[in-house]
Design a binder for this molecule. Structure first.
Ligand code: B12
Length: 298
């Protein structure tokens, strides 16, 4: 056990700033703090690091501190701190600050939120974080995606329908939610089925949509690869020509995706969009893909 932690009032006094200023530092992820029984606590080492890093920034205000802090902890690290602290408002503050500093929406998903989650997963696997902390962080991440999602919408005619989901047993819905927004931003209409979707329901969604350009199946855990194979087979059963793309942490490469019965593989959202563009053309759904789905719908 190290030195006793300080209250936020004490930390503010040490920094020579108003309590509300210190509170904003915490909310923006600049000053690491944890909530204990409803009040914020700051570790002396974190306060020292902040004082060294801030080098007078606190005297010139939060905006400058935010700008200056870009030289210190990167956005992903700061978001991770807020997610681990269970601080939903502060997590949103970090996202807003990153956007304000010039990050675009894709940067926020790929360069800020994903690495923060990856690190949380690694720290859970190392026994550093309790699963309840990871669950709480996941809940906040989902709400962040909920707030960011509408900003990915693109006006105008959609290029076709893309269905994404994770197969039976697979509970990782965050990767699909981010993927769905990135594909939406590229002009496709996306139906996000979320996690734990039975094979028959993948098929049902394809038939119900009438005309589908592509289906993306996400697998995070190797144990669910068999269920992914079943989902792909079910889609093929109702729409033989629809383009199926497999991805996610558990799908190693293109050969692996093909072995699961998919037509293609993509390692991330940008590659998924590239695959959609390449096989379906910039104008939208290919004849075959539409036909397959609509045939089956009739
Ligand atoms: C959040 C999380 C959870 C949450 C999920 C909440 C939710 N609603 O999604 C909860 C707490 C439920 C959970 C549960 C479990 N989890 Co978990 N989880 C994570 C965590 C921290 C983040 C996942 C995430 O969103 N990552 C961010 C996304 C964007 O990254 P991504 O998944 O790699 O996706 C990218 C690409 O793969 C690709 N992609 C993804 N899907 C698709 C699909 C298509 C079509 C395409 C083209 C591309 C594509 O694009 C994405 C963007 O680049 C990861 C850590 C990590 N490294 O990711 C662990 C992690 C995936 N979980 C893990 C484990 C072990 C589990 C559990 C088994 C733990 C347990 N014992 O309970 C359970 C399994 C539950 C189940 N049955 O599925 C391990 C898996 C290890 C392994 N060997 O496979 C990880 C890696 C943690 C770790 N470091 O050990 N988890």
């Amino acid at each position: 056990m190290g030195e006793a932690e300080l209250t936020l009032h004490e930390a503010a006094a040490v920094l020579g700033v108003h309590y509300m200023t210190a509170y904003r530092y915490v909310r923006l992820g600049l000053l690491p703090a944890t909530k204990v029984g409803g009040t914020w606590r700051v570790a002396p080492a974190d306060l020292d690091a902040f004082r060294v890093g801030a080098s007078g920034e606190q005297a010139i205000g939060v905006a400058e501190a935010v700008a200056g802090s870009r030289r210190r902890a990167p956005w992903a690290e700061r978001l991770e701190q807020r997610l681990i602290a269970g601080d939903a408002q502060g997590a949103w503050g970090v996202i807003e600050a990153a956007l304000g500093a010039g990050a675009d929406l894709e940067d926020v998903y790929v360069g800020v939120l994903s690495p923060a989650l990856t690190s949380i997963g690694a720290r859970w696997a190392a026994g550093e974080l309790d699963i309840s902390v990871e669950h709480r962080a996941s809940g906040i991440a989902m709400r962040l995606i909920g707030r960011l999602g509408p900003r990915f919408a693109r006006r105008g005619r959609t290029r076709g329908v893309v269905i994404v989901g994770a197969p039976s047993g697979e509970r990782h819905s965050l990767p699909i939610a981010m993927l769905a927004d990135l594909v939406r931003q590229a002009g496709w209409e996306v139906f996000d089925l979320g996690a734990d979707v039975p094979a028959a329901s993948f098929a049902h969604a394809v038939v119900a949509a009438g005309s589908v350009a592509a289906v993306g199946v996400s697998v995070s855990i190797a144990e669910h690869l068999g269920a992914a194979q079943d989902a792909i087979a079910a889609v093929r059963g109702v729409a033989p020509t629809v383009h199926v793309v497999a991805g996610g942490r558990a799908v190693i490469d293109r050969d692996h995706a093909l072995a699961l019965g998919a037509d293609d593989f993509a390692a991330d959202g940008a590659q998924f969009v590239a695959v959609l563009n390449a096989c379906l053309g910039p104008g939208g759904a290919s004849e075959g893909a539409s036909e397959g789905a609509s045939e089956s719908a009739s």
